[in-house]
Design a protein around this ligand. Sequence first.
Ligand code: ATP
Ligand code: MG
Length: 330
Amino acid sequence: MADEVVVIEGDGIGREVVPAAVEVLEAFDIDFEFVEAEAGDAVKEATGEALPTETYETVADADATLFGAAGETAADVILPLRDAVDSFVNVRPAKAYPGVDALRPETDVVFLRENTEGVYAGHEDRLSEDLSTLTRVVTASASRELAEYACEFVGDGRGPDGRDGFTVAHKSNVMRETDGRFRREVLAVAEERGVDADEELMDAFATKLPLDPSQYGVVVCPNLAGDVLSDLAAGLVGGLGLLPSANVGHENGLFEPVHGTAPDIAGEGIANPTAAVLSAAMLLEHLGHVEEGGRVRTAVESVLSDGPRTGDLGGDATTEEVTAAIVDRL
Ligand code: ATP
Ligand code: MG
């Protein structure tokens, strides 16, 4: 049966980089059924809804979704979409490539961020004119599920350099109950599975990562910490145009570049398609096309090292020229 892949370009450069990623997927002899759907500012302007019910349902029923970016409506779109695919982990690789200027060229780290709870699932309250509060949610079940995913991830050799262990970052010395639970459950699963896991306080991690990223491979984090620390790692590798991400669910998944709509360059045909194309590689792997996903990565690396490059990487090639070069090297 064909894999049903929903394609949502969204706004801004999403309209340029998502078609590029689809072109790469189409280069393979895989039976995809692409279904186009709408979300974001443009559809909100037209219909009043940033995420039409039809889009939500199409995404929920599909095998995977490739998403570009949404502008002002980003939170109204992406949070429900993560829910539609039942995502429990956000996978954020940050890898520096030869030939691309990076603050830390040796960076090759994959963040596995808890995607359903923490402070993002907490409830904010204004209790008085002086006092606002936030509750934080941590369950053993979500912590264990994330840890199980991490064990499989490194067990399958998907960690940088095939590393077979992971690091858990937390702040359980202060948040003894919530991060204490998170830490305990993650480490317990690793031990049950016979997987090497070490731990790091997240503030110490934030210092040590930029000083020497080579000491880390796969990093497992609570939701907010994963958000912040993966952005920190993004800063080490040379540009938003390179960074893919995956919201992985039990059956389904949502794959999207880390960057937004880039209104400053939207519509000019000069956006870097790499982040979207690498998101498509993650989508391929998620659907079991592991060999093809690897071929996309290799082609992207080859183009980054000596092929045409877009303006953000100091070149003057268009989105289409870079995409054609990637397809050519598949
Ligand atoms: P949004 O609110 O949608 O996130 P933004 O203004 O924050 O929009 P981003 O998309 O986050 O814009 O991009 C930040 C900067 O990085 C912009 O200057 C943008 O041009 C650049 N940038 C982001 N993605 C790419 C890309 N794929 N190719 C080239 N430049 C990019
Ligand atoms: Mg942005």
